[in-house]
Design a protein around this ligand. Structure first.
Ligand SMILES: Nc1ncnc2c1ncn2[C@@H]1O[C@H](COP(=O)(O)OP(=O)(O)OP(=O)(O)O)[C@@H](O)[C@H]1O
Ligand SMILES: [Mg+2]
Length: 267
């Protein structure tokens, strides 16, 4: 088995602020790896460095054996990504979004169409492929983003909160495709989520990052054992504390928390 993602002593500073501080981990081929941490912990920053979007301040990275700083093309061909923020073109149809992505990767037209069809079937969108994305629900958009990330047949899939805001059915579907990709096609999966029960269910290994530092890593079972807690969520809270990351929280997070308070008051 080969190491598909290697991170050694990685650091990212934004000016004076250290967002990622000397983190190290490896992900084996075909593994499903969960990168967990509170808001503002440094998860997206790490993904951006692995996917050539941001240059590290220091440290060593390998993605499919290539260096994201000096071998950007080879790295970019190795992975597909679902970004934390939606990145579809609402004014195009689902098929056109897929086709455009395939064209950007230089896949010939016929092959592009064949793959797009198969992937749209995988995520249950084949019948709606001619609809404009602006007419899609949130869950349909996320499934389309997963399908699009797979169009160039990457060896590694990065998923930054792929199931945020989705109903349990859609979340289960998405994890179902992802587990199939890992098991049957040997695709390596690197994901983040705030839903600890999802990570517990699908991840082989997880790493917990807080304030830019990795505070624990291992299987979910090992983390529960180390913290003497019954669930991964309890282990996560034991490792990262009860405090809200207020300064880092997005307005969307604040709205969700306020809504939860109001729901609590109504009861
Ligand atoms: N371009 C930037 N300039 C300055 N600071 C930044 C920048 N991008 C991110 N940060 C800061 O770096 C820290 C890590 O951010 P990052 O987006 O990696 O967190 P995250 O773990 O993905 O959080 P979330 O779960 O909320 O998505 C935060 O404190 C954030 O405010
Ligand atoms: Mg993030």
């Amino acid at each position: 088995m080969s190491e598909m993602i290697v991170v050694r002593d990685l650091v990212k500073n934004y000016g004076d602020f250290c967002a990622v501080s000397h983190i190290s981990f490896t992900v084996q081929e075909g593994a499903i790896f969960g990168f967990l941490g509170p808001n503002g912990a440094g998860k997206t920053t790490t993904i951006k460095m692995l996917t050539t979007v941001l240059e590290p301040t220091s440290g060593t990275l390998r993605v499919n054996g290539h260096d994201p700083v000096h071998e950007q093309k080879k790295v970019r061909r190795s992975f597909g990504i679902v970004f934390q923020d939606p990145s579809l073109d609402d004014e195009l149809t689902a098929f056109e979004n897929m086709d455009l992505h395939g064209a950007l990767y230089g896949i010939p037209r016929g092959e592009r169409a064949r793959r797009a069809q198969a992937l749209l079937e995988l995520v249950g969108l084949a019948e709606r492929q001619k609809d404009f994305v602006k007419q899609y629900s949130g869950g349909m958009k996320r499934r389309l983003e997963v399908a699009r990330a797979l169009l160039h047949q990457p060896r590694i899939l990065f998923l930054d909160e792929p199931t945020i805001g989705l109903d349990p059915q859609t979340r289960n579907h998405i994890w179902g495709y992802i587990q199939t990709l890992s098991k049957e096609h040997g695709v390596t999966v690197f994901f983040t989520t705030h839903y600890m029960e999802e990570a517990d269910r699908v991840a082989g290994d997880v790493a917990v990052i807080d304030h830019g530092k990795i505070v624990a890593q291992g299987t979910p079972a090992v983390l529960k054992q180390q913290t003497n807690t019954p669930t991964l969520e309890d282990a996560f809270i034991a490792l990262t504390g009860h405090g809200i990351r207020d300064e880092e929280a997005t307005s969307a997070d604040r709205m969700r928390r306020m809504a939860a308070v109001w729901r609590g008051r109504r009861r």
